[in-house]
Design a protein around this ligand. Structure first.
Ligand code: ZN
Ligand code: ZN
Length: 324
């Protein structure tokens, strides 16, 4: 069902075959009429969007511009298809554009990184198969315009701003409507679950660095300093207490950091072993998320001098530094 959230802003929930069940896309009824995110490319997602737009008196042809928060398939999957019907121009951060283009070619790198982080061979194969098959639910973007931090997003009667919030994904953009103190957050901030800063695949093999959690926490600070009173996330409900949500997200990560550190008390572990401590019933779908979570925290502990990396049999083990 499409819901009018605020003057000019309609929220439309589109189905996805993942645990979160739906992705929110937003239709902005102000020229150039704009769609924020698109949902995945499946028949049911397409039909739902078509029907919901018609219900509020619009069609695909009404869409003149598509703003993409980030390059995960549930957010950009049917952008190309919608643009080919409507002629809409697609806007995305350059880092996400590059990532979408390279992801298809980087499974070899992903495999070696998962193995290096201690994931058993069979689970690596399953996880990659899963990610590969999910790519069928998105069209790669060919023509897109770039938006970076601070760029203006003009409408007839208002101007929004792009806010770069790397972490969950390297080129994630939030869209800010300053007069109304509204922020579209994509997956940077969600009400029901703590967003997972996905492991960035390092651009070079050595030294391996995965700074996504560190960047994520910096991006949280950035939103904390913004004058916002209403968040419109990419999944789930609206948020009317942004500061409270940001505080609880910081707290959640601090607790998890302690959990990761204490799981090393019994001796060195690979990120996979730590992920198993954090999420004992990990499925192939979640293995990448679990590893992301573990390496994000380990990277920060390493930077603080609390853990060190030991390489053994082609795997990275993390060990607590002796306290002085
Ligand atoms: Zn995402
Ligand atoms: Zn998402």
């Amino acid at each position: 069902m499409s819901v009018k959230i605020f003057e000019k802003i309609f929220k439309i929930e589109l189905p996805i075959p993942f645990p979160l069940k739906t992705t929110n896309v937003f239709f902005i009824d102000e020229p150039p009429r704009t769609l924020i995110d698109t949902g995945i490319k499946t028949g049911v997602s397409f039909e739902t969007l078509k029907r919901e737009l018609e219900e509020i008196g619009f069609s695909f042809q009404s869409i003149e511009r598509i703003l993409i928060t980030h390059g995960h398939i549930d957010h950009y999957g049917q952008a190309k298809k919608i643009a080919s019907i409507s002629g809409a121009q697609i806007y995305i951060h350059p880092k996400e554009y590059g990532r979408i283009r390279s992801i298809i070619h980087s499974f070899g790198l992903l495999r070696s990184i998962l193995l290096r982080n201690g994931v058993p061979e069979e689970l690596v194969t399953q996880a990659i198969h899963y990610i590969e098959s999910a790519q069928g639910m998105a069209d790669s973007l060919e023509e897109a315009f770039f938006l970076t931090d601070g760029d203006s997003i003009p409408f007839n009667s208002m101007t929004w701003r792009a806010i770069h919030c790397p972490g969950h994904s390297p080129g994630l953009l939030c869209f800010y409507w300053p007069e109304k103190k509204i922020l579209f957050t994509g997956d940077h901030l969600l009400k029901e679950i703590t967003p997972n800063p996905f492991m960035n695949l390092p651009e070079a093999r050595a030294p391996l660095r995965y700074p996504s959690l560190k960047e994520y926490l910096q991006s949280l600070k950035k939103v904390e300093e913004l004058d916002v009173s209403f968040l419109l996330p990419g999944h789930g409900e609206e948020v009317i207490d942004p500061k409270g949500l940001i505080q609880s997200t910081f707290f959640h990560h601090k607790q998890r950091m302690d959990h990761v550190a204490s799981s090393l008390l019994k001796g060195p572990k690979t990120p996979f072993e730590i992920a198993m401590d954090l999420f004992p019933d990990v499925s192939p779908f979640e293995v990448f998320l679990g590893i992301s979570e573990a390496v994000g925290h380990l990277e920060i502990l390493k930077e603080e001098g609390r853990v060190r990396v030991i390489e053994k049999d082609g795997k990275d083990y993390y060990a607590l530094e002796e306290s002085p």
